[in-house]
Design a protein around this ligand. Structure first.
Ligand code: PAF
Length: 292
């Protein structure tokens, strides 16, 4: 299917492969931005990064059922195909790949990609099977599109670490680019799930960035005991009466293991349920307290 401009939309794997192969033959580097749609400024910043790199930009839009657990929000996850296509076209995307669930997961499929260790901390225990679903679908997208470079947000820091590990372990010749988290003016990290928040929950959600900035301030002020930084973060989070705190953690940004003494840049990360919405956020913080 052709969209108004030169943007192309494909729904099946063979025509996606053909379109990408044509672009590659004409000498273009292929840049993939995997998404689940409901696009916002965070996704568009990934597209912009790919455009700046001069890539033939492929955006995949697929609400991947295998990364949602039972009782999670797969059914109600926001979907806005027309709006997504409009935004992709305006952003200069070359190809949008929108497969159907039945094309991505054939009934007889028996293969799952599992990345060990990195998936056992932070969000892993709270969302069993989630990262297997992510790794498997991203592996499939990599095989279908065969990008030279793929773009992911730092907002999902654990996902980014898992994908980097998978690419290294499986020797994929794909460059993984992590892009900075895009925030609302008041600091809330952009997320498709922010659409679920009531006005009161939206206000309470600011507690995530408040806790992260507190951590940054303490580290800049010389605090080196991760336990102390985490205690303060937790206290700030609990002041907003969240429905549940999944975790508040200071971890090594590469292996995601908790650190005791802060001697190198760390990842401060948290996951909090506000109302029915599970929100995550993080900051990479160096010893001077600089971080994004
Ligand atoms: O970050 C997301 O939107 C998803 O986890 C991804 C990478 C598109 C895989 O479904």
């Amino acid at each position: 299917m052709r969209f108004n401009s030169s943007m192309k939309v494909t729904r099946d794997i063979p025509s996606t492969r053909t379109t990408v192969a044509d672009a590659r033959r004409s000498g273009q580097r292929i840049g993939l931005v995997p998404t689940m749609g409901a696009l916002h400024a965070g996704h568009l910043s990934l597209v912009e990064a790919a455009r700046r790199d001069g890539a033939f930009v492929v955006v995949s839009i697929f609400v991947n059922p295998t990364q949602f657990g039972p009782g999670e929000d797969y059914e109600r996850y926001p979907r806005d195909t027309a709006g997504d296509l409009r935004q992709c076209e305006a952003a200069g995307v070359a190809l949008v790949f929108m497969p159907a669930v039945a094309d991505m997961y054939r009934p007889e499929a028996a293969t799952t990609v599992h990345v060990a260790r990195l998936t056992e901390t932070l969000c892993g225990p709270c969302r069993p099977g989630h990262f297997d679903g992510v790794a498997t679908v991203v592996a499939k997208l990599f095989n279908i599109v065969q990008p030279d470079v793929a773009y992911f947000g730092q907002k999902d820091a654990q996902q980014l670490a898992v994908i980097r590990r998978m690419v290294r372990d499986l020797d994929w010749p794909i460059e993984i680019v992590g892009c900075p988290t895009v925030r609302e003016p008041d600091g809330l990290a952009m997320s498709s799930r922010n659409a679920y928040l009531s006005p009161d929950e939206r206000r309470r959600a600011l507690v995530l960035i408040r806790a992260l900035r507190d951590a940054r301030g303490r580290i800049a002020g010389g605090e080196r005991r991760a336990r102390v930084v985490v205690e303060h973060m937790r206290r700030i989070v609990e002041e907003s009466r969240p429905e549940h705190v999944d975790y508040v953690a200071i971890v090594d940004p590469d292996n995601l293991q908790p650190v005791e003494q802060i001697e190198r840049p760390v990842l401060a990360a948290l996951a909090v349920r506000i109302g029915r919405t599970r929100l995550i956020d993080n900051l990479l913080i160096d010893l001077a307290g600089d971080g994004a």
